[in-house]
Design a protein around this ligand. Structure first.
Ligand SMILES: *Cc1c(COP(=O)(O)O)cnc(C)c1O
Length: 360
């Protein structure tokens, strides 16, 4: 069995931060130093107008939709292949999901299909960065601003990823949409068990969050102890993302070519924030066989998301073909970032675990 690095991280810096938070009494206050410090660090590091910590990434997406003013009868464009909680959030607040496809060669929203899905009822677009691949949020923001829509940029998987178009080098994922989201849930790149962040990119969007969150206490707060334990992980986020990226590139360039009929679906970036790396294989049956074998050798490989391509048109409007979303739903599988934290001196073990998946 492949030996995976510990997750969540067992760093002394995290225990020390928790200890200080408890001993100072900060853990038991509404106005805690830990939450204030975390929010201001997040605001600074992303260049957002504001960053508000909250109780989960799912809550962050729902609160962003509320702040965008989405309500009964409003339409929200989203990809037919995405984190399933996003469509749930749209429906829970009375909105109608409008399904667009994902772009060729990526797991992210396709802009042509977004434009083809336009209608006078559309109020917002939800776009997720998935498996280390950035959605084209810069162009999407332009489309949204032209039409008076809000862009909600789901960066729950990619804390610390930079959006790399030349003219905006260095802008943080989550800071480009009117609203952006991070998750600090148990499996994510930074964790406090359950938590999230809502970013607003400009003051007007930020002002829309206040009446939803502040009543007057923070209605969906991240507790101070959780915030204290996130801070030391933020200090090492670039370092950890760097390590995960190196392993991802090793898998892409040296392991994948040996796996017959596997296609890399995590993009061509050498440096990203890889929460999962994704592959497709030729059929659903083959995916099941591989996942079963992966379980036996200790490789954390599982299915990607179920696609919504087959959802009833009573639930969703489906104005465009959803072929690629459907294909990803049937054939995509993901490798968890715990495997990406295996250090370079043990990459041979990683490669031989992969080799066992293709043996008869
Ligand atoms: C995990 C995830 C979420 C939800 O985050 P939670 O903190 O688990 O609620 C939302 N969107 C995407 C793309 C995710 O991967």
């Amino acid at each position: 069995m492949l030996d995976l690095p510990a997750w969540p991280p067992l760093w002394p810096s995290i225990s020390a931060a928790a200890f200080d938070c408890v001993n100072s009494g900060d853990w038991g206050r509404y106005d805690s130093a830990a939450v204030t410090q975390l929010q201001s660090r997040l605001t600074q590091m992303t260049g957002s107008a504001t960053a508000r910590t909250c109780c989960s990434g799912s809550a962050a997406v729902e609160l962003a939709l509320r702040a965008a003013g989405v309500g009964p009868g409003d339409e929200v464009i989203t990809a037919a292949f995405d984190y399933p909680g996003n469509v749930r959030a749209i429906e829970l607040i009375g909105g109608k999901p409008v399904l667009a496809d994902v772009a060729s060669g990526t797991p992210c929203l396709d802009l042509t299909s977004v434009e083809a899905a336009a209608s006078p009822l559309v109020k917002a677009v939800v776009a997720s960065h998935l498996f280390g691949v950035p959605a084209d949020v810069v162009e999407l923001k332009r489309i949204c601003e032209d039409r008076g829509w809000f862009l909600i940029e789901d960066a729950c998987q990619v804390a610390g990823m930079q959006i790399g178009a030349m003219q905006i080098e260095g802008r943080a994922a989550g800071s480009i949409g009117h609203f952006g989201t991070w998750s600090t849930g148990g499996s994510k790149l930074i964790t406090c068990g359950s938590g999230g962040v809502i970013f607003a990119s400009d003051d007007r969007s930020a002002a829309r969050l206040n009446p939803i969150l502040d009543r007057p206490s923070d209605a969906f707060a991240m507790p101070p102890l959780a915030a204290a334990m996130v801070l030391p992980q933020l200090d090492r986020l670039d370092e950890m993302n760097g390590r995960r990226s190196e392993t991802a590139v090793f898998i892409r360039d040296h392991v994948l070519p040996e796996q017959t009929n596997w296609t890399w679906e995590s993009g061509d970036r050498d440096k990203s924030a890889f929460y999962k790396v994704a592959f497709t294989v030729e059929s659903t049956e083959r995916r099941e066989t591989i996942i079963a074998k992966a379980g036996q050798v200790g490789l954390p490989i599982g299915v990607g998301f179920r696609s919504l391509a087959g959802t009833s048109t009573r639930r969703c409007r489906k104005p465009v073909p959803l072929d690629r979303s459907q294909m990803l739903g049937e054939r995509l599988m993901v490798l968890d970032h715990r495997a990406l934290m295996i250090p370079p001196d043990r990459w041979d073990e990683l490669a031989s675990a992969f080799a066992k998946l293709v043996k008869k």
